[in-house]
Design a protein around this ligand. Structure first.
Ligand SMILES: Nc1ncnc2c1ncn2[C@@H]1O[C@H](COP(=O)(O)OP(=O)(O)OP(=O)(O)O)[C@@H](O)[C@H]1O
Length: 454
């Protein structure tokens, strides 16, 4: 089912609602969650509830995108929508309709890009966290030429996203993606690798050679592990970005080059800047747009589809299925190496696969079984932790947007009350589930009826 776009008309007039329904060509009685665009009278409890679930990482629902249109601000929801990248907020103005229309068109183009085989067949996962990252990259590829900085733990797919960005960029994809792994740039060869050199520029330079910058002209230059770029080179590279010109080693001639820059790092570059290991001016140049890849713990619901993808990749046409107990095990395990570690583990299972029936727990490598025996209990106990990881992410995003402790508490309490009420037979049952008296729940219910909306 395609994820819908919600246009929520918060505090808006009936005439505007009618105009929107006509102009956006949506049937007035469209079914929530099965139609492309849902125009809601307001960001009502149902919509808010679903948005909050998506924010908390509940992946039963499709990751939705909500355009909140309002006359008077509702800061908590606005901040949450924008901070989590699942929506946008538009204030009422004479151009509001145009703004809504263009925003929806852009979303539609982005979502169409995510359905292309080059994305859908290679960048696996439908979790809200992962789809959010895919959308950021697709939007950047289609509508901007800005430099992009990809951050995130090792093995979370930063290089895959860089390749996707290049392949979706209508201009850049005419050229090869040029990849430079900055960890391999030793002091001696770094200048030549990036800028190229003239014949005789140094011992062993028997012929002139283009560097990565010349090769990337017109396309994309991907600097992997950019935090490793030596400081001297950072200054020279900054100049290339500012002047769009460079000189080969051993040459006095300036050459021009224009390319999209994509950088990746698993370091905290701001901390590197604070400690003087990375130039602040270069940081701001390379991070015009940023995207953080989620860890595998933040997208555990993607593990079964990743496992199937890796089995198919390794097994070709005769790929076996994975048994439910193996999938459960793989979904609960800790991965410090993220998707890369999962991939290696699936390959190891495939190597032990005897060739009949599903891939099962028996295919796990010996060291894995020993570790499991030792901390099987720990692995089981870890399951709720990934919920905590979502809460951390939500709270971190809200704090960055200056949502105060009081407001945060109110949002979480409102969600807990609403969920308990919806999922219980009676107020008494909901109250006992929440650990409060029915009277206290009545009071909280009244308070929860709309605190986040205004
Ligand atoms: N969503 C995904 N779908 C399919 N494969 C993935 C996905 N994410 C990561 N992988 C696989 O995991 C491995 C690591 O991915 P990648 O090299 O892009 O990570 P990275 O974040 O750049 O890692 P590092 O920081 O260590 O360079 C690759 O084999 C890649 O194909």
């Amino acid at each position: 089912m395609a994820a819908p776009y919600i246009v929520a008309l918060q505090n808006s007039a009936e005439d505007l609602r009618r105009i929107l329904l006509r102009e956006l060509e949506v049937p007035p009685k469209c079914q929530p969650w099965s139609s492309k665009i849902l125009v809601a009278d307001s960001l009502d409890h149902e919509a808010l509830h679903r948005i909050q679930l998506a924010l908390m990482g509940d992946e039963v629902l499709p990751p939705c995108r909500t355009l909140l249109f309002h006359r008077s601000p509702c800061p908590g929801v606005e901040r949450a929508l924008v901070a989590m990248g699942i929506g946008d907020v538009i204030e009422e103005s004479a151009q509001a309709l145009e703004v809504i229309r263009s925003r929806l068109q852009r979303w539609e183009q982005v979502d169409a890009a995510l359905c292309l085989p080059l994305v859908a067949d290679n960048l696996i996962g439908g979790s809200a966290a992962w789809v959010g990252a895919l959308r950021t990259i697709a939007e950047c590829a289609l509508f901007s030429s800005a430099a992009v900085l990809l951050t995130g733990q090792t093995g979370t797919g930063k290089e895959l996203l860089a390749r996707m960005l290049h392949s979706l960029d209508p201009q850049a994809r005419q050229h090869e993606l040029v990849v430079v792994d900055c960890t391999t740039l030793s002091r001696d060869i770094a200048g030549s690798e990036l800028f190229g050199h003239e014949r005789g520029a140094f011992t062993g330079a028997s012929s002139a050679r283009d560097g990565a910058i010349a090769c990337a002209d017109g396309g994309t230059l991907f600097l992997d592990e950019v935090g490793e770029l030596p400081l001297e080179l950072q200054a020279q590279f900054l100049r290339v970005l500012q002047e769009k010109a460079y000189r080969r080693v051993g040459s006095t001639q300036w050459q021009r080059a224009s390319f999209r820059l994509v950088c990746a790092t698993n370091r905290d570059l701001m901390a590197e800047v604070a400690e003087g290991r990375f130039r602040a001016d270069l940081y701001y140049r390379i991070a015009a747009m940023t995207c953080r890849t989620p860890s595998l713990a933040q997208r555990r619901s993607d593990i079964p589809s990743l496992v199937r993808h890796f089995i198919a990749h390794a097994g070709g046409g005769d790929a076996p299925a994975a048994s439910p107990s193996l999938l459960d095990y793989l979904a609960a395990r800790h991965y410090s190496g993220n998707v890369r570690e999962l991939y290696q583990l699936v390959l190891a299972c495939m190597r032990r696969y005897a060739g009949a029936g599903p891939l099962s727990l028996a295919c796990l490598p010996d060291e894995e079984i020993q570790a499991w025996g030792a901390d099987g209990a720990a692995a089981q106990a870890e399951a709720p932790l990934w919920h905590a990881a979502y809460v951390d992410d939500f709270v971190r995003a809200a704090l960055r947007e200056n949502v105060g402790l009081k407001e945060l508490g109110r949002m979480v309490e409102a969600a807990a009350v609403r969920l308990a009420l919806e999922e219980s037979e009676s107020i008494t049952a909901a109250a006992s589930w929440l650990g409060v008296t029915p009277r206290a729940l009545h009071l909280r219910k009244a308070a929860a009826r709309g605190p986040d909306l205004h």
